[in-house]
Design a protein around this ligand. Structure first.
Ligand code: ADP
Ligand code: MG
Length: 343
């Protein structure tokens, strides 16, 4: 049986005809008037699969749009509008009112208009298609766009990630009872899982600076893996740079060493590298952009951490401070390879 990405490649990937960019990136691109392109992305959230059926409806409304805005951010597109397709088990005001409030509060914060959708009875499923705009660039080859693509990384580029990583996955484990977190830390980690911040301003600012970009929805290894695959290169990632990105581990009573002793160093590594649901950006940039990226990080008050380098040899190599390879077999989240349940 094909996995999620084989399935898409085999049955639903066709050569681009009128579109600027088709299947395989965070957004598709369509021409829409001189000098402008429409960036489009769809994400579906299914109860029991992507969220607990009793999830707080206000936070769920926020998250449904946030995960879509995150794909626009990955391309550097400015949000314009979205459509909302809903399957609901019943028309429950007590659920619909907070859901719509959470959804529309984030929409308003980004000037992203709700322009239509569809509503039906069925198992709770929320499907959003978001539309954004990016400037065209007739001189860009092979895709005439200023949008950031997954395919633009070059050998020698630095690899960066924004913000923190892995706390959403850690919160999910704690909520499922497979690890214990003090209440104060669980609260912060749950906010990362339930109310992610799409990095829209960062995405727009990275246009022209980053050579390739993706958002981290399926885990760092998997989403950086997409960049490597589509760019045709490999990367070396420094484990000592990524582990401190797990904010809960840094804030743990007794510090990172105590976290590792209580919850396991492997738990930390697994959450940071393969956790998913982070909605941060992973991007590559030529070394010459380092100063500009530091200034951007200051301006946006958002850490941008250099975690590795693009190399010619394919594959992803995780190395420690001494340059030794750290064995890892973390794959991207795959809906058809994983055991049933919440990802
Ligand atoms: P993302 O996580 O950024 O939403 P995915 O990794 O889920 O993207 O999807 C990979 C690519 O495959 C994207 O370009 C997406 O638009 C495309 N895709 C996913 N499902 C389908 C489908 N059923 N038909 C056509 N394209 C699809
Ligand atoms: Mg994406």
């Amino acid at each position: 049986m094909p996995d999620e990405f084989e399935l898409i490649a085999r049955y639903f990937t066709r050569p681009v005809r009128q579109a600027v960019l088709g299947v395989g990136d965070d957004c598709a691109l369509l021409h829409c008037g001189p000098g402008r392109q429409l960036a489009i992305s769809t994400d579906m959230l299914v109860a029991g699969r992507h969220f607990f059926p009793d999830a707080d409806p206000f936070l769920l409304g926020h998250k449904c749009l946030a995960v879509n805005l995150s794909d626009l951010a990955a391309c550097g597109a400015r949000p314009l509008a979205f459509s909302l397709a809903l399957a609901l088990p019943q028309a429950d005001d007590a659920w619909l009112e907070p859901f719509s409030k959470g959804l529309l509060a984030l929409a308003d914060a980004h000037g992203c208009e709700l322009i239509g959708g569809d509503t039906t009875r069925g198992p709770l499923t929320i499907c959003i298609t978001v539309f954004g705009e990016v400037p065209a660039d007739a001189s860009a080859y092979p895709v005439p766009t200023q949008a950031m693509l997954r395919s633009g990384a070059h050998v020698g580029d630095d690899v960066y990630v924004s913000g923190s990583l892995g706390d959403a996955a850690l919160a999910l484990r704690a909520m499922q009872g497979t690890c214990a977190l003090p209440a104060r830390l669980l609260h912060g980690a749950r906010a990362r899982l339930e109310q992610p911040t799409p990095r829209v301003a960062l995405g727009v600012a990275l246009r022209g600076i980053a050579s390739a970009c993706a958002d981290i929805s399926d885990g760092l290894m998997g989403d950086l893996g997409h960049i490597l695959e589509r760019s045709g290169f490999g990367a070396r990632v420094d484990v000592d740079k990524v582990l401190p990105l797990l904010a809960t581990r840094q804030a743990y009573g007794g510090g990172a060493a105590q976290f590792d002793s209580d919850l396991g160093a492997r738990t930390a590594l697994q959450c940071v590298l393969a956790g998913g649901d982070d909605y941060e950006l992973v991007f590559t940039a030529p070394q010459s952009q380092q100063g500009i990226l530091n200034a951007l990080s200051d301006r946006l008050q958002l850490p941008l951490t250099r975690i590795g380098t693009i190399e010619a040899a394919p594959g992803l190599r995780l190395v420690d401070a001494r340059g030794n390879t750290v064995p890892q077999n973390f794959a991207a989240f795959d809906h058809f390879a994983a055991v049933p349940g919440l990802p």
